[in-house]
Design a protein around this ligand. Structure first.
Ligand SMILES: Cc1cc2nc3c(=O)[nH]c(=O)nc-3n(C[C@H](O)[C@H](O)[C@H](O)COP(=O)(O)OP(=O)(O)OC[C@H]3O[C@@H](n4cnc5c(N)ncnc54)[C@H](O)[C@@H]3O)c2cc1C
Ligand SMILES: *[C@@H]1O[C@H](CO)[C@@H](O)[C@H](O)[C@H]1NC(C)=O
Ligand SMILES: *[C@@H]1O[C@H](CO)[C@@H](O)[C@H](O)[C@H]1NC(C)=O
Ligand SMILES: *[C@@H]1O[C@H](CO)[C@@H](O)[C@H](O)[C@H]1NC(C)=O
Ligand SMILES: *[C@@H]1O[C@H](CO)[C@@H](O)[C@H](O)[C@H]1NC(C)=O
Ligand SMILES: *[C@@H]1O[C@H](CO)[C@@H](O)[C@H](O)[C@H]1NC(C)=O
Ligand SMILES: *[C@@H]1O[C@H](CO)[C@@H](O)[C@H](O)[C@H]1NC(C)=O
Ligand SMILES: *[C@@H]1O[C@H](CO)[C@@H](O)[C@H](O)[C@H]1NC(C)=O
Length: 637
């Protein structure tokens, strides 16, 4: 339990500052592998241990062009579960653990201390700590298996003050985790899972809204300990020269922002401090306050290192495995292998200016005027995003026929205060002429780190009282011909109780990096990305959750989809129930992504809900609208 109590003051920001002396700065023009990436499994080691358990799968997904391996129908029907005759024996797990050098962890659910049915963990003080910190992402990040949003894990072990009331069960949590610190352990785990027909999951921070990083009975690869940050001030290879970072795949956004600050540069990352920038964020595309200026997170990637489903460790960049390089930049996590590190480009330090304001309906601002003002803001989307700025805003009901708009903030990347003021003055004037009284706060910061730290507070996780869907609207939706219809669809959802988190954003063209990647093409045509949340009471019944989820997907979002043909949705912030998810999350890239899935992972070792190729699989024992990870993973016939 001690590790759980390691204070959330693993305060990664100060840690990153403190470690700057040791943070390696490399003069090399092309980055080399991290030392732990050179620790690889060799055929020699395997032949001296248990080749049938740990041997490479060189006959599967060799990476060589092949169509003869596309037969997905072979192999067992379902992945093994504890209790099955085929489940590895305790002796085999012990052998696996010793081969790993002791890195195997048997899952103890994070909140086990709160439950009588975990007598060895049971500890009232620990339970109290867990309960009071459950919303802090750092708590979950430091645990090998926890899911930050446990709805689709099955909610089987939440903190409780009633230890005798129910049992804490593993539910969708993996059976075992490998706390990987080098590449050989990842190769061993992949080979073992493939050879023993185990379900495999990749778990970095556990941020995924849809619990893509957990799975019942699985062997979980925990990448959180791969935390090296290497600054490459003079990167010069394959066509790009300039500053770059090589990041271990466990590094969190706040750590990279801090390292960029220390080294006087800027990087592209999201707004959430603890998201795995080189894990799920880049894999899924990655949007950022920098995106309207220099493109998506995935657009910054110069090279990656990855362990493939056959256990082999390879590099993916413009010159080496270019098809994999294309797929790993936008095609989603847990699909083609385990990424161990990513090299991204950096930019010079630039100023950032933010604008915040908020208003509500009031005697002076009727509901009509309120939504009219939202339409006015939308009519500026193209102009603002084209000027490289980004808007992040909230629209929600705050009572019967009462609504709130909060700009939190509108962000001008590479803009001074006079520049942002000039850009937004016409919008603010329009709001005033609608009779809306606002007090704009425009603040200039010298660097991204300062702007980010001054803007985005610590995020709250751990909840299971809401679910979100999203839409990447084509920019035409905010142009005069379609604006009214778009606004009507948005208003319908907000009046129905939906919580809108909006982003006014474009994926800016960027000539210095290759944007020929698998990012959802909808991002290339948008100026407005909207997340729509649907909430229920914390004690809601399954029937209530199902009803609300259905309303979200089949009523509110159906109207958004209908009004935005050619748009899409963001898989990293998407609806697990998204209809035709292949089109929504991947667009026209889906066929190519699926072809590469069959090439590199013909046996479907990597599975995550809504990931490429996931339609070949199902999970048993599902409730409609609440698809959890706590059944058995089986192949569709
Ligand atoms: C509060 C909050 C704020 C957010 N803000 C933003 C934002 O501003 N911009 C944005 O674009 N997104 C944002 N997101 C979404 C975020 O990008 C995704 O949830 C992302 O997938 C998280 O990645 P992770 O590695 O931290 O999480 P995990 O849940 O650990 O992993 C997510 C997925 O990636 C896979 N994966 C992780 N690491 C690897 C690896 N090394 N190799 C292969 N597969 C891997 C996992 O198996 C899983 O399928 C936000 C999410 C939250 C909860
Ligand atoms: C793996 O080995 C380490 C070191 O011996 C031990 O601490 C750990 O408990 C073992 N894991 C399992 C699942 O037995
Ligand atoms: C509402 O409008 C009136 C008349 O213009 C004005 O005096 C008053 O201050 C306004 N109230 C708010 C809260 O803006
Ligand atoms: C920021 O703006 C300056 C001055 O206009 C320009 O020279 C520079 O290229 C811009 N930086 C980025 C990263 O766009
Ligand atoms: C404006 O915002 C900045 C940054 O959040 C804050 O420090 C400052 O106090 C705000 N100013 C006013 C007048 O609210
Ligand atoms: C980040 O902001 C907080 C206040 O929100 C402040 O206390 C802290 O010092 C800031 N950190 C840095 C490194 O500037
Ligand atoms: C970008 O990548 C694609 C696919 O790998 C390649 O065909 C193209 O030539 C690259 N473009 C540039 C500008 O390097
Ligand atoms: C949920 O709690 C509220 C009070 O907080 C109560 O009124 C309601 O009946 C409860 N619902 C269920 C399904 O238990």
């Amino acid at each position: 339990m001690a590790s759980l109590l390691r204070p959330a003051a693993i305060a990664a920001i100060s840690a990153a500052f403190a470690s700057r002396a040791t943070a390696t700065t490399l003069v090399a023009k092309c980055p080399t592998r991290f030392a732990w990436e050179d620790a690889q499994l060799t055929d020699n080691v395997i032949s001296n241990s248990e080749p049938s358990l740990f041997g490479f799968g060189d006959d599967v997904g060799t990476g060589a062009a092949s169509s003869s391996q596309n037969d997905n129908a072979g192999g067992p029907d379902c992945r093994a579960m504890p209790g099955d005759a085929s489940w590895p024996s305790d002796e085999t797990w012990a052998l696996f653990n010793s081969t790993l050098g002791g890195a195997l962890i048997e899952t103890v659910p994070l909140a086990a201390a709160c439950y009588a049915n975990w007598p060895e963990q049971r500890d009232a003080a620990v339970c109290e700590y867990l309960t009071s910190h459950w919303n802090d992402p750092h708590l979950h990040v430091e645990d090998p298996t926890s899911a930050m949003f446990p709805l689709y894990q099955g909610r089987t072990c939440l903190p409780t003050d009633d230890p005798d009331g129910s049992d804490c069960a593993l539910g969708g949590y993996a059976a075992y985790s490998v706390a990987a610190t080098d590449v050989s352990q990842i190769q061993l785990a992949i080979n073992f899972a493939r050879n023993a027909n185990l379900r495999l999951v990749v778990r970095n921070t556990g941020h995924d809204f849809n619990d893509k990083s957990v799975g019942a009975g699985a062997l979980s690869l925990w990448t959180h300990k791969l935390r090296d940050i290497q600054f490459l001030p003079d990167f010069d290879c394959r066509g790009y020269s300039g500053p770059a970072f090589k990041l271990g795949s466990g590094v969190m956004t706040e750590e990279v922002y801090a390292a960029a600050e220390v080294n006087g540069v800027t990087v592209v990352g999201g707004e959430c401090r603890t998201v795995g920038i080189a894990g799920g964020y880049i894999a899924g595309g990655g949007h950022s306050p920098m995106t309207s200026l220099v493109g998506m997170g995935a657009d910054q990637v110069l090279s990656l290192e990855v362990v493939l489903p056959n256990g082999r460790f390879v590099t993916a960049n413009e010159d080496t495995n270019p098809d994999l390089y294309w797929a790993l930049r936008g095609g989603g996590g847990s699909t083609y292998g385990v990424v161990t590190s990513v090299t991204i480009r950096a930019y010079p330090q630039i100023p950032h200016t933010t604008l915040t304001y908020a208003y509500t309906t009031s005697p002076n601002v009727t509901t009509e005027t309120f939504f009219e003002s939202l339409g006015v803001y939308m009519s500026y989307f193209d102009r603002i995003a084209s000027a490289s700025a980004y808007g992040y805003f909230l629209v929600t009901s705050i009572g019967p026929d009462q609504y709130l708009f909060s700009m939190m903030p509108l962000w001008g990347a590479n803009m001074t205060k006079p520049q942002l003021t000039e850009l937004v003055t016409p919008l603010l004037d329009d709001l005033v002429s609608l009779g809306i009284a606002i007090t704009p706060n425009i603040t200039e910061y010298p660097s991204l780190y300062n702007a980010y730290n001054g803007t985005f507070g610590p995020e709250q996780v751990g909840g299971y009282d809401n679910h979100a869907a999203s839409r990447i609207f084509p920019k035409e939706n905010f142009e005069p011909a379609k604006l009214d219809d778009t606004l009507a669809a948005v208003r319908y959802a907000v009046e129905g109780g939906g919580i809108l988190i909006g982003y006014n954003i474009r994926a800016a063209p960027n000539p210095t990096v290759n944007q020929t990647n698998s990012v959802n093409p909808a991002w290339r045509k948008t100026t407005g990305f909207f997340i729509l949340g649907a909430a229920w009471a914390a004690n809601a019944t399954d029937a209530e959750i199902q009803q609300t989820s259905e309303t979200l997907t089949d009523d509110w979002m159906a109207r958004w989809r209908a009004v935005s043909p050619g748009g899409g949705s963001y898989g990293s912030e998407g609806d697990i129930n998204e209809p035709n998810f292949q089109q929504s999350f991947y667009g026209k890239h889906y066929p190519r992504l699926l072809e590469l899935k069959k090439k590199y992972d013909p046996t479907g070792l990597f599975y995550a809900p809504t990931a490429v190729g996931s339609e070949d699989w199902y999970i048993t024992d599902q409730l409609p609208w609440i698809p959890t990870q706590n059944g058995r993973l089986c192949r569709k016939k």
